[in-house]
Design a protein around this ligand. Structure first.
Ligand code: SF4
Length: 284
């Protein structure tokens, strides 16, 4: 966002918006990335500099406003992988983070793939997501996991929201109110995932491919009336219990159920895409 700013002194002096880029990009916001493009070019010309790589931090909803910037970035400054942070796929949590919807991600991905191809490079986007953020219902997590599955993403490390000082999300976490809006006469009750069980469930759903979370996910899906997502089909999130697991559940003995230590899941063997995820500071 280098040198991106409000174009109108008059509008800026009276502006009451919380964000220049949410719920949409303000018409007064300058999205011309020329200063960044020129900075990259100058940096490449510095004697002794062989390569400059951008690993993360791209505000992709702004970047797509200036495809010249995406081309410059993708052609010269991506070292195979670029991390970006959609954080979620569902509007409930995204609106509490003041984050753009997945439409911006799709646009960015399209440009990223196009310019990577033109540059003759095989490059990947690594999206980051968060679980248990205020504003997230169990159903939102399921929808996000279905999106991840349909895009063949299996997250290795995930962020589970943790309230930290000075964050708006922390206010929502503690009050259950949408502090992004005037709270006078505001009756909106924000769903807040709390307690060990629900927080573990949200994290498990985000890691839908990990057998350790399957018993918990199955139980939640059945309680939500979404048992059709349990099974072998391409639209299913987790497989059915094995015969041994069913026997164990019914108290008839059998081999131990799958646990984190079984390790060798069909997903690991079949995984051909880079495993994605990270441990940024707020990950707990
Ligand atoms: S929200 Fe719009 S008017 Fe307000 S400071 Fe940002 S760009 Fe300017």
């Amino acid at each position: 966002m280098y040198k991106l700013r409000c174009k109108s002194k008059k509008a800026e002096s009276t502006c009451r918006r919380l964000s220049c880029v949410y719920p949409d990009i303000c018409k007064h916001m300058d999205t011309d990335h020329t200063p960044t493009i020129e900075l990259y070019k100058k940096a490449r010309e510095v004697k002794g500099v062989k390569k400059i790589l951008i690993a993360s931090g791209v505000r992709y909803d702004l970047a797509v406003q200036d495809p010249r910037y995406v081309k410059e970035l993708v052609t010269h400054h991506v070292g195979g992988y670029l991390k970006i942070a959609p954080e979620h796929t569902e509007d409930g949590p995204l609106s509490k983070m003041m984050k753009p919807g997945m439409g911006a991600y799709d646009q960015f991905k399209e440009l990223f793939d196009k310019y990577s191809k033109e540059a003759g490079k095989k490059q990947y986007l690594i999206p980051y997501f968060i679980s248990a953020h205020p504003g997230t219902k169990d159903e939102d997590m399921v929808n996000m996991a279905l999106w991840l599955k349909s895009n063949d993403f299996k997250l290795d490390q995930v962020q589970n929201f943790y309230p930290s000082p000075m964050a708006n999300a922390t206010t929502i976490y503690h009050t259950g109110m949408n502090s992004l809006r005037n709270i006078k006469n505001n009756t909106e009750q924000v769903p807040v995932p709390k307690g060990e069980r629900q927080r573990r469930l949200h994290k498990a759903i985000l890691r839908y491919h990990d057998p350790a979370g399957w018993p918990m996910i199955r139980e939640a899906l059945r309680n939500m009336g979404k048992a059709k997502l349990i099974g072998k089909g391409p639209n299913c999130l987790v497989p059915e219990e094995t015969r041994d697991e069913k026997s164990l559940k019914a108290g008839k003995g059998g081999r131990p159920a799958l646990s984190r230590h079984t390790g060798f899941s069909q997903f690991k063997k079949a995984n051909t895409k880079p495993r994605v995820g990270g441990n940024r500071q707020r990950a707990r």
